[in-house]
Design a protein around this ligand. Structure first.
Ligand code: NAD
Length: 474
């Protein structure tokens, strides 16, 4: 399309949207409108469109190329029907042509198409480009390891990447309904630039640094949303059961992040990308919808239902459940994530949808308390390694500080022996944290130990572990 060449101005920053499904098209409305008022940016935004010939169901547009319809009628009639896209959004069917001179690349393809897109783009984009991923999913082609898509993009294209994840059903964003979202970028400054391109009075953006947890939230919530849909299909829209599924799903999401991608901050789960997106996906969204239909019509396959219900849109939850399951089974950890595992089995028809609750009735979250153990060397302390033990989620609730290296070792041994948590003991400053599930007997044992004369406390404990945990339970 020559329009882009005509409008391009040298020296101005260029933006390319890589993807033009439901979400890519909705986002193009925001960017196309905002960029008009951003003097440092070229006003033309190229949008890579996977070329399709529209079939007979598209009436007057049938037989036409989707790119041609977008560029002449300014509507993505297939993926975002009924919304006018700004005139400065230019559909481009050649990925390299769309992306090669962009300074800012916004990836918004369904995650199964990312690998091939990256192969095409490698070595063909500006080395100084910066990217942001709106893609919800994980990367697991080897079926043993699992990686964040933003990391995969950085490794392949050698560009810094952030993510945008949030409670954002595309049609509602396109309708201009108020919502929030989260941009995560290690360099906050980069995040602010994308915020400028996308924020509106009704699309409120918080910029944080924790890319890892933000991206994991976006990917894993689709599994939980499918489970919420199964619950709707089996029980009707009963809220207690669904609330339990959402909470247990959230705990599995957090545990997955803590165990396999340590270093993120738990507070990220309180952002729009965390609890916000989880709630919206479990009540609206395509994963819930198809999960419900799948549970209610056992004769149909997921493929049948996706074709019937999604009009070409992709179902992410089942695919992510499969990828996560490959990884968990490789690690021997399926039992620790019963909800994720059950969703995969249901999607594969290895478990009847009405058995979902049986699979989570004895959930580990009902048996183990969760505390976070943070260990580090403290050279100020003659005794060696203090151990900080505190409740997870709001880390500031430090429950006890014990300066005793022996206790640190004992805890590590016991905790690692009992459960799969990870402890870090490093030099001078906290290196990270591990979350462990702590059996109540262990809590008693630790408290007895802390209060025994074997332990020299550096001042009295602020509050004992038992009290803190009872506080959590009451
Ligand atoms: N739709 C939403 O409400 C929403 C909201 C937030 C995030 N997301 C995420 O955004 C990403 C994109 O989802 P979406 O809803 O925009 O897509 P979609 O499911 O609406 O559309 C599918 C897209 O895939 C393209 N496609 C089909 N075959 C292809 C191929 N072989 N190669 C390349 N592209 C091909 C189609 O042209 C279309 O653009 C997903 O990761 C999704 O989870 C979606």
């Amino acid at each position: 399309m020559s329009g882009s060449k005509k409008l391009a101005a040298p020296g101005l920053l260029k933006v390319c949207i890589v993807g033009s499904g439901n979400w890519g098209s909705a986002v193009s409305k925001l960017i196309g409108a905002n960029i008009i008022n951003a003097p440092e940016f070229d006003k033309t935004v190229k949008m890579y469109v996977f070329e399709e010939i529209l079939d007979a169901t598209f009436g007057e547009n049938s037989g036409k190329k989707l790119t041609a319809v977008i560029n002449t009628k300014h509507e993505n009639v297939k993926y975002l029907k009924g919304h006018r896209l700004p005139d400065n959004i230019v559909a481009e069917p050649d990925l390299v042509v769309a992306a090669q001179d962009a300074d800012y690349l916004i990836f918004v393809l369904p995650h199964q198409f990312i690998g091939k897109a990256l192969d095409n783009l490698t070595g063909k984009i500006k080395p100084s480009a910066v990217g942001m991923s709106l893609v919800k999913g994980l990367y697991n082609p080897e079926k043993t390891n699992i990686r964040l898509l933003s990391t995969v993009i950085t490794d392949k294209l050698k560009i810094p990447m952030g993510v945008l994840m949030g409670a954002n059903v595309a049609n509602e964003v396109a309708d201009g309904l108020f919502c929030e979202t989260t941009i995560a970028f290690k360099e906050l400054k980069q995040g602010q630039i994308f915020k400028k391109l996308m924020q509106t009075p009704d699309f409120r953006i918080t910029v944080i640094k924790d890319v890892t947890n933000a991206e994991l939230c976006g990917a894993l919530k689709n599994i939980v949303a499918f489970a919420a849909g199964v619950s709707d299909g089996v029980f009707g829209e009963k809220t207690n059961t669904k609330a339990a599924i959402i909470r247990l799903g959230l705990m599995e999401m957090m545990k997955f992040a803590e165990q396999f991608f340590p270093g993120g901050t738990p507070e990220t789960f309180l952002q729009s990308c965390g609890i916000g997106d989880l709630v919206t996906s479990c009540f609206g969204g395509r994963n819930r919808k198809v999960g419900e239909a799948f549970a209610a019509s056992p004769a149909k396959t997921l493929d049948d239902l996706s074709k019937e219900m999604l009009g070409g849109q992709q179902l992410q939850g089942a695919r992510t459940a499969e990828e996560v399951n490959y990884f968990l089974s490789h690690k021997g950890k399926e039992k620790d994530f019963p909800l994720f595992t059950a969703v995969h089995q249901i999607c594969k028809k290895e478990m009847a949808p009405n058995k979902l609750i049986d699979a989570i009735r004895q959930h580990p979250e009902h048996h183990h308390f969760r505390v976070s153990v943070h260990g580090f060397n403290d050279e100020r302390s003659a005794a060696g390694k203090p151990v900080f033990i505190y409740k997870n989620l709001l880390q500031r609730l430090i429950t006890t500080i014990v300066t005793c290296s022996h206790l640190a070792t004992t805890l590590a041994k016991h905790l690692l022996g009992w459960e799969e948590g990870i402890l870090y003991f490093g030099a001078n400053e906290p290196l990270g944290q591990g979350i462990v599930s702590l059996h109540p007997d262990m809590v008693d044992a630790i408290n007895t130990y802390i209060h025994s004369d074997k332990v020299k406390l550096n001042g009295p404990p602020l509050i004992s572990i038992g009290q803190a945990i009872n506080g959590t339970l009451n």
